[in-house]
Design a protein around this ligand. Structure first.
Ligand SMILES: Cc1cc2nc3c(=O)[nH]c(=O)nc-3n(C[C@H](O)[C@H](O)[C@H](O)COP(=O)(O)O)c2cc1C
Length: 170
């Protein structure tokens, strides 16, 4: 499978550790994995101007780093969203990346999706998980895994092994 992992963290710390473990497991299982650091990219929010659905032929009127990730949304067999929790949801950078995909409609080929979340506290995931599930249902993509890490679980060998094993099982 061709797997695209979108990391919404602006830092390369706790979420990146989950992403690295996922990549290790997925590669071990023979999958092709590409990571896109959307948290470090410049992707503005959707303007809702409908240029993409009128004159734009699927292209966004805003020219920014969205262009770096759209090919992955179009070609991936599986999409993975990884993000720290910022105020009970994914980062603004990740939200912008997700919402700007409006220009192409839905990830074209993906049939599977997973969510990796990192946070300081436990019990802060409801909004992010509801959004992920809703977005995947809308896109006709099966959510196959949700893994969260809070506090000391972040970067713990136990949690990273859980992520590796999940990726290996794909
Ligand atoms: C702006 C901001 C908002 C945050 N909001 C929450 C929150 O609502 N709940 C929580 O448990 N942790 C919150 N955190 C902590 C991060 O989710 C946590 O430190 C996470 O492990 C960071 O991942 P990273 O190292 O990949 O950036 C917040 C951190 C920042 C910087």
């Amino acid at each position: 499978m061709k797997i695209a992992v979108f990391n919404g963290s602006p830092k390369l710390q706790n979420t990146a550790a989950l992403v690295d473990a996922f990549c290790e497991g997925a590669k071990e299982a023979g999958h092709e994995v590409d990571v896109y650091h959307v948290g470090k990219m410049k992707i503005a929010g959707c303007l809702g101007c409908e240029y993409c659905h009128t004159q734009g032929n699927g292209n966004c009127v805003q020219k920014d780093d969205l262009e770096k990730i759209l090919p992955a949304y179009k070609e991936a067999d599986m999409v993975v969203f990884a993000s720290p929790i910022y105020y009970f949801t994914m980062t603004a950078q990740m939200e912008a990346a997700i919402q700007r995909v409006y220009c192409i409609g839905k990830p074209a080929k993906a049939t599977k999706a997973a969510l990796l979340l990192s946070s300081g506290s436990p019990g802060v995931y409801d909004s992010a998980i509801a959004q992920f599930k809703g977005y995947m249902a809308y896109s006709g993509i099966e959510p196959v895994g949700i893994i969260t890490a809070n506090g000391d679980e972040n970067k713990s060998e136990e949690k990273l092994n859980e992520v590796r094993d999940f990726a290996k099982s794909l």
